[in-house]
Design a protein around this ligand. Sequence first.
Ligand code: NAD
Ligand code: MG
Length: 328
Amino acid sequence: MQMYSEADVDHSCLADSQITILGYGSQGRAHALNLKDSGFNVVMGLRSGGASWSNAKADGLTVLEPNEAVKGAKIVMFLTPDMVQKALYESVVDDIEQGATLMFAHGFAVYYKQVQPRSDLDVSLIAPKGPGGLVRRQYEEGHGVPCLVAIHQDSSGDALKIALAYASGIGGARAGVIATTFAEETETDLFGEQAVLCGGATELIVAGFETLVEAGYQPEVAYYEVMHELKLIVDLLHEGGLKKMHKFISDTAAWGDMISGPRVVDSASRAAMKEILNDIQDGTFARNWVAENENGMPEFKRLMQEDLDHPIEKVGADLRGRMDWLQD
Ligand code: NAD
Ligand code: MG
């Protein structure tokens, strides 16, 4: 494993350079404000009239239409949803300077050839391993969220140097920047969110809730047990791995964990994980997701509504409403 830190960063490659950021959502806001506070010249490329336009202005940033914003930029960072990056790239490509750097925070658009960058450009990836809110908060507290770095195209010969200077500007080099490839970042990121972080975790919670409620237990008690208390466990894992969790839970909980966990995540679940990974690796997932977007996202909307209509959401909203420390 190759990990870079602040000592490996040479900011001189970005001296007096303009960094243009497209998109002002979760990552966009964090990157823009961190880079600005690090002394870089940041220009936002946003659609006029959009909510992001006024938000970025209110935060004191320079805001232009994407076409205008990319002019003169040494780096153009794509922080819009992955599915709009193709059209956005095509709409600004003629205004991007010769030899500039295209950057991404996730490899999807480039790896699955949605964006096919001009050959004179450098193309790199700085992917923070955390949501935008955390990228901003950690930076303000003097820390950083670890990042991955990958180079897809190195026309200048300086692609890595430039990417690391950017990572440093958002605070990532304080925590370490691990070298990867677009393929590895894209495939592991998609797998993680599908099988474990989002898909796996929510399905596990809902299945646990349904099992208890169907057996006649009170939904409120089930909610506390399978959704609310998960945070405590995740925090322990995040801070100190399995060891710290085992240290803080009871022996009874640890024994139950070790003998029952493998009954839930069994060989069938592991086989499903392999299938999910195969679909990501052979492009099936990407093809279907792009097609779903092109069709106006009917399945996406239907499945989302199903999630939101689940009884655990009603019980959860009522209970969370009584825990005033959760409200901010
Ligand atoms: P987001 O959905 O929070 O924000 C997207 C922003 O893009 C909007 O606020 C808007 O300003 C802009 N936008 C939307 N549609 C647009 C259009 N048609 N044309 C121009 N601009 C448009 O996005 P995000 O979650 O910050 O994700 C941005 C990138 O960062 C993605 O590549 C994502 O995979 C990656 N990423 C996200 C996270 C995360 O935690 N959210 C973590 C790592 C990497
Ligand atoms: Mg789900």
